[in-house]
Design a protein around this ligand. Structure first.
Ligand code: SAM
Length: 264
């Protein structure tokens, strides 16, 4: 397995007295694991814009609410209806934005790299503003948002640190940052990247990086975030009902939700 160290900055952050989570220094090194070491499918791989630009036609029919929405439903923090202004990082077609609206979030700005996904989000109308940009450099105003959310995006980022730093820059005091991730264990155990079937019937992978849960913790703490809640979703009856082939993955963790807090 190739494991690339991408920096030891997290060690300093973990040592800050205000970071309550005690993690030994050896666990704080961020690693980027090459998905190729786990790939059991061998699909042709394309970049994010190309992949989601094609997948958009069938995305809403294939993505399962059990992956992300079911986790959002179970979080005890934040109090969604209290949020004044949210930034939805990697908003895609607006699924997350629609859920936020249903839960009382008043104003939502969405950011995404793929114009075709943004076009569907625009039609859906859950967001106040939609911006084509990278989640690591959004161009949005600093200190503006009391809620940040990013659902099913992290596996497309080669390094989590700029992502958590950008969210921190956008966050107001006492903001929450909710990150829903495709679970690294599932990517490794299934050997399956994020993928879709194109119009020609070919299964195509979208560039995928494996981030351990500890990589999220290291990158978030380095940026200044404090962990408020972490939930993992396993393949259960509900999952097997929508994906019978996943019986072989029963009880494997498939997704995770982190809730980070910015304390003043
Ligand atoms: C699996 S979709 C998730 C969309 C939405 N959050 C949802 O839950 O349905 C991933 C989205 O992240 C976007 N994305 C991936 N990497 C990105 C980046 N670096 N900056 C902005 N958007 C990105 C893709 O264009 C795609 O729309």
């Amino acid at each position: 397995m190739r494991l690339r160290r991408v920096g030891a900055g997290a060690v300093r952050a973990l040592n800050r007295p205000e970071n309550r989570l005690a993690i030994p220094e050896s666990a704080a090194t961020l690693a980027v694991m090459d998905f190729g070491d786990f790939d059991a499918r061998g699909y042709r791989t394309v970049d994010v814009r190309t992949g989601y630009g094609e997948w958009v036609a069938s995305y809403e029919d294939t993505v399962q609410d059990t992956m992300d929405i079911a986790l959002l439903d179970r979080l005890t923090e934040p109090s969604w209806a209290s949020a004044q202004r949210a930034a939805d990082l990697g908003c895609g077609t607006g699924r997350t934005g629609a859920w936020l609206r249903e839960h009382g979030v008043r104003a939502i700005d969405g950011v995404d790299l793929t114009p075709q996904m943004l076009a569907v989000a625009r039609e859906r109308g859950a967001h106040d503003r939609l911006i084509e940009a990278d989640v690591t450099a959004t161009g949005l105003a600093a200190g503006t948002y009391d809620l940040l959310i990013s659902s099913l995006v992290d596996e497309h980022l080669s390094d989590l640190r700029p992502f958590y730093h950008e969210a921190w820059r956008l966050a107001a005091d006492k903001a929450h940052f909710v990150v829903v991730a495709f679970h690294p264990h599932f990517i490794m155990a299934s050997g399956m990247p994020t993928h879709y079937r194109n119009h020609a019937g070919e299964d195509v992978a979208i560039s995928t990086t494996v981030h351990l849960l500890s990589d999220h913790v290291g990158a978030a703490l380095e940026a200044g975030w404090q962990l408020a809640e972490l939930r993992e979703r396993v393949v259960d009856d509900e999952w097997v009902a929508v994906k019978p082939k996943w019986e072989r993955f029963r009880n494997h963790p498939v997704s995770a939700a982190f809730v980070w807090r910015r304390l003043p």
